[in-house]
Ligand binder design. Structure first.
Ligand code: ATP
Ligand code: MG
Length: 224
């Protein structure tokens, strides 16, 4: 109570101007998310969920309205500060894993750390994190194409965690996984949330949403 929300959106609109007419992907979204919350975002296909995640994750800028992270309006940040915020404060987990195909699993996890500290990991942190998500050193030498979907998502989670972000953004993290693997991934996200991380997750699945403290429903670019 009374503390600054970790994420606040104020009347965010996102319009994609197309030749066929403007698409109002987000049509005045305001919301606040408290530190340590686990929030699910649900809604029909095309309702604006990924667009909303991209604004929250500072991967895109709204047409109008403001996004604040830890009390700071990101519209006022320099490119340098925005890059640092994305790299150090937010971990991203996507439905399609988005690993770098030419790098091994190990190198994919090490990469954000390399960007941050400009040196290779000499602490063992990369493999410790991979072990935590169930990827041993032998598997860590594989490229993404040589891993199963579940293994790729584990690597993606380790990569999202390497810089110790306070916020985890997950866009359908279990969308490409079977139900047993999905449950394992969701247990992992629930653990990370219990450790104090704020988790925001898009899902189509009501049973997946049950892991969250709160569900935000979105329809036609508005909170329903
Ligand atoms: N880059 C873009 N250019 C033009 N229109 C876009 C763009 N990205 C998204 N849209 C449109 O914005 C609307 C919201 O898209 P968004 O990807 O946010 O939906 P979603 O809720 O994530 O859907 P899904 O559940 O299928 O992933 C859709 O009508 C979509 O066609
Ligand atoms: Mg989407």
């Amino acid at each position: 109570m009374g503390s600054t929300p970790v994420i606040a959106l104020n009347d965010v609109r996102k319009i994609y101007p197309l030749l066929s007419g403007d698409v109002h992907a987000l049509d005045g979204v305001s919301l606040e998310i408290t530190k340590g919350e686990f929030v699910a975002i649900m809604g029909p296909s095309g309702s604006g969920k990924s667009t909303l995640m991209n604004q929250i994750g500072c991967l895109d800028v709204p047409t109008t309205g403001t996004v604040s992270i830890e009390g700071q309006d990101i519209g006022t940040l320099s490119d340098y500060d925005l890059t640092a915020l994305r790299r150090d404060s937010i971990g991203y987990i996507f439905q399609k894993f988005n690993l770098i195909p030419l790098l091994t699993a190990y190198e994919n996890v090490e990469y954000p750390m390399l960007l941050r500290y400009r040196k290779y990991d000499d602490t063992g942190r990369v493999q410790t994190l991979l072990d935590r998500v169930g990827i041993n050193a032998a598997l860590a030498a594989h490229r993404p194409s040589e891993l199963s979907g579940g293994q790729q998502q584990r690597v993606a989670i380790a990569r999202a965690l390497i810089n110790e972000p306070a916020i985890l953004l997950c866009d359908e993290p279990t969308g490409n996984l079977d139900s047993k693997t999905s449950t394992q991934i969701m247990e992992m996200l629930a653990d990370l949330n219990r450790e104090g991380r704020t988790v925001i997750m898009v899902t189509h699945d009501e049973s997946t949403a049950e892991y969250a403290d709160r569900t935000i429903r979105i329809q036609d670019g508005r909170i329903a």
